[in-house]
Design a protein. Structure first.
Length: 317
């Protein structure tokens, strides 16, 4: 009886932690965003991505580093001073950016040096705003005047405000030229969400496992799906599942109540391969995550070369 109680308590604690940091980006939402933002059908866009991947490989452009300007929109409540809670200091923003770069570039001697590849995608704070004025790439906006902002932050799972349009209405820079990263005190129903113009992140104590949510949602923003998308029914890696051929068909993880809580075990269908547990686009224990595959890197870079985002990046040799 005591063992059952302990296991129940641990399960509740784990689930609570996952509730606070889980991803709100669902496949159906991504399909809708792609169709809306590109004004073309989902399958046509997928075909464009596949063609771009082949072109990039033939041009041998995969060795070039793509430099991506980002803007942090810090949406805070009344009375929250810079450096307090969600009103992150510039130092904290730079720390987030460094960890994202370390993860995407697979930097040696860092927490993020895993089994995957260097995607050769690098983030920098924007130096010019949309009007051509100099900026440090950080915008601070008090959102307390929006109905429901103080209570819900971004009400992802509910029907009332604030919704996505309320958030972007506070501050937004053109997605053809910037990646918008929103920091907010709370996301009702998720820890992070990707949408057409960027990503929204709930503020929390910044430890390694929490940086991973930024990396995960940026992966979504660059057209990556969850590794377990489609589950074990995938038969064609180019048109089904996560549409990446070096991530095998994958369940939602080596599961306890639907999530993978350990850095070992076999989430792939019918195998004991634990590599997907450590993939940034898997679910589960965020402290496990430290890798993108080459196929995922190719897809993200192709996304940056499409008409949707072609103005975002510059090339570094």
């Amino acid at each position: 009886m005591r063992l059952i109680f302990i296991l129940s308590f641990l399960s509740f604690s784990i689930l609570k932690g996952q509730e606070d940091s889980n991803c709100g980006t669902k496949f159906e939402h991504q399909k809708k965003n792609i169709s809306t933002n590109n004004k073309i059908g989902f399958e046509k866009y997928e075909n464009i991505l596949a063609e771009t991947i082949l072109k990039d490989k033939s041009k041998k452009s995969l060795n070039k580093v793509l430099k991506v300007p980002v803007v942090f929109h810090i949406l805070h409540r009344d009375g929250i001073n810079i450096g307090e809670k969600e009103n992150y200091s510039e130092e904290t923003v730079l720390d987030i950016l460094k960890n994202c770069n370390d993860a995407f570039r697979k930097k040696k001697d860092t927490y993020w040096f895993g089994e995957g590849v260097d995607t050769k995608i690098e983030f920098v704070l924007a130096s010019l705003d949309p009007d051509g004025n100099e900026t440090n790439g950080i915008v601070r906006v008090n959102g307390s005047h929006i109905d429901g902002f103080n209570e819900y932050g971004y009400n992802y799972s509910g029907n009332s405000s604030p919704k996505t349009n309320d958030i972007t209405g506070l501050s937004w820079w053109p997605m053809r030229n910037y990646v918008n990263i929103y920091v907010i005190h709370k996301i009702s129903g998720a820890g992070g969400v990707s949408f057409g113009s960027g990503v929204i992140q709930a503020s929390r104590p910044l430890e390694n496992m929490n940086y991973s949510t930024y990396v995960h949602e940026l992966g979504h923003h660059f057209s990556l799906y969850h590794t377990f998308n489609g589950g074990c029914s995938e038969t064609d890696c180019q048109t089904q599942g996560d549409r990446v051929c070096d991530t095998p068909p994958t369940e939602a993880g080596n599961l306890l109540f639907g999530l993978n809580f350990f850095c070992t075990g076999g989430p792939t269908c019918g195998t004991n391969d634990s590599s997907l547990v450590r993939n940034f686009m898997d679910y589960g224990d965020l402290s496990c995550h430290n890798m993108f595959t080459q196929g995922q890197a190719d897809r993200m870079r192709a996304e940056l070369d499409t008409t949707k985002t072609s103005g975002v990046h510059s090339e570094l040799t």
